[in-house]
Design a protein. Structure first.
Length: 498
């Protein structure tokens, strides 16, 4: 089955994860699939393939190991006009939007169809996620992720709409009415997402939609706060003042700990700070002004798809000077991946920005050289007496020339830490040990809670998604679609594709 959406961010990713978790709890062997993903949040599988983090999260929901088959095409934007193309887990080069949608489409459709077929052979069910809207009529001819895939593989389609944005009935109707008859024949129903209030007040509209389109609404999912599920796309997140968790639990010790994350351009894998936000008493905010660093106990420079561009942005906004002042005062700073690279003395980049040799912030004794081949790894190590697991996705190769101590293949100098390892803060013992050091340097009487288990919290969140489907969707109808496909005789809604 294909889960499509009336818009980007309608909830396709979480609905797909919820269906996967619901199915696996019924004893169904299920896998997620997204033919083409555009995201700066990615993950490394155990076989060393890069895929979207949303698909890794969905695989966890399905209780299976993530695989490149689940996201054969990943586009990592480098500008408004071009992206790095990751094919079957490996970067194959930069491409303009026009070039991607033109010359590569036939070969890519064969690739994604082959991956889907292989997953179908391994699992009882495959829950596919679309991208954007299936009614993007300007791109339909080259589509490999929405109706192009559905038509090729004979997939029934359920369309998700975000009612919290408003206009959900018009969006459902318009999405259907802009599809060709052959595509409409696969659209089997709708799912309302993020509803607040009394469902009985919505029912007359659902009944009218059914009469207008001949298709039922298969569920009304309530608005769920604080899910904290991995975001798919960092480009469209409103960052000013955003908090990664809607509710900050009271601190275990006397003080809270304030974390400020620099909202750098082309920010990637900002999900690294989710584990911090899960700690009682830790407040995580994204910031873009130097004044917003004043009361922060820890400043995080996150990963980015454009290290040199992000460094220029930090300098232009005065954030670079603020970070340098913090370091001189012995106030904690953490750089992850691209953020780590910016903290070094010099960056030699003829690959990503092609800017040549650029001075870094000079806070760590590290020189970075960008290599043409991307490093993809799942390292395991130890820091502060605790086991640490992470993953690496970077072109920059760091040459560490000193520091006060090694730190996850990077280093620490004074109150400044740097590492290429994403995901390290999800290791509970290490996170607590790191936060104790941050609190001591920041002069905060913050004590990490001894029982925060990030993996268990993630499982609880995924179970909540499964509960949403089980309790608020027509699961019998969903099973029929998965087993039998779209019902015959679905009516055509004019005018159809132009």
């Amino acid at each position: 089955m294909l889960v499509a959406g009336t818009t980007s961010d309608a909830g396709k990713s979480v609905v797909t994860a919820g269906i996967c978790r619901w199915l696996v709890r019924q004893g169904v062997r299920v896998a997620p699939f997204k033919a083409q993903n555009m995201s700066l949040n990615s993950f490394v599988t155990r076989e060393g393939a890069e895929i979207g983090r949303a698909q890794a999260m969905q695989a966890q929901a399905a209780r299976v190991e993530p695989s490149a088959l689940m996201n054969p095409v990943l586009l990592k934007p480098g500008s408004d006009r071009s992206s790095q193309v990751v094919l079957l887990g490996k970067a194959v080069g930069e491409m303009s939007a026009r070039g991607y949608h033109g010359e590569r489409r036939p070969a890519l459709l064969e690739t994604v169809a082959g991956c889907l077929e292989e997953l179908r052979g391994r699992y009882d069910a495959v829950i596919c996620e679309g991208a954007g809207s299936p009614a993007e009529i300007n791109l339909r001819r080259t589509d490999i992720v929405n109706m192009g895939l559905a038509r090729r593989a004979g997939l029934p389609v359920v369309v998700v709409g975000d009612i919290d944005r408003g206009g959900v009935f018009a969006s459902f109707f318009g999405t259907t009415a802009l599809l060709a008859p052959e595509d409409q024949a696969l659209v089997a129903g709708y799912l309302v997402n993020k509803f607040r209030g009394d469902v009985s007040l919505l029912q007359p509209g659902l009944d009218m939609l059914d009469k207008l389109t001949g298709r039922p609404t298969l569920g009304v999912l309530p608005y769920a706060h604080g899910l904290g599920i991995d975001e798919e796309d960092g480009l469209n997140v409103s960052l000013r003042g955003a908090v990664r968790e809607s509710v900050v639990r009271p601190p275990h010790g006397e003080d809270v700990l304030r974390v400020a994350v620099a909202a750098v351009p082309l920010m990637s894998n900002f999900t690294d700070v989710d584990a911090l936000a899960a700690e009682p008493g830790v407040v995580v905010r994204f910031v873009d002004r130097p004044q917003e660093l004043a009361d922060a106990d820890l400043v995080v420079l996150p990963g980015t798809r454009g290290t040199v561009r992000a460094l220029e942005w930090l300098r232009a906004r005065g954030l670079a000077d603020a970070v340098v002042r913090r370091a001189a005062e012995g106030r904690p700073v953490l750089g992850v991946c691209g953020g780590f690279q910016m903290l070094g003395t010099r960056i030699d980049d003829d690959v990503e920005s092609k800017a040549g040799s650029v001075a870094g912030l000079g806070l760590l004794p590290v020189r970075v050289r960008f290599a043409a081949e991307k490093t993809l790894a799942r390292p395991v190590g130890e820091a502060y007496g605790e086991r640490v697991e992470g993953y690496e996705i970077h072109h920059g190769v760091a040459e560490v020339g000193g520091g006060d101590e090694e730190f996850l293949d990077g280093c620490r100098s004074g109150a400044v830490w740097g590492t290429h390892w994403h995901g390290s803060l999800e290791s509970d013992g290490f996170r607590r040990a790191f936060l104790r050091r941050v609190a001591a340097m920041a002069g905060r009487r913050f004590v990490p809670a001894p029982d925060t288990a990030f993996g268990a919290l993630r499982e609880e969140q995924l179970d909540r998604l499964g509960d949403l489907i089980e309790e608020h969707a027509d699961t019998a109808a969903l099973l029929r679609l998965i087993e039998d496909g779209a019902p015959a005789g679905l009516p055509f809604v004019p005018p159809g594709a132009p």
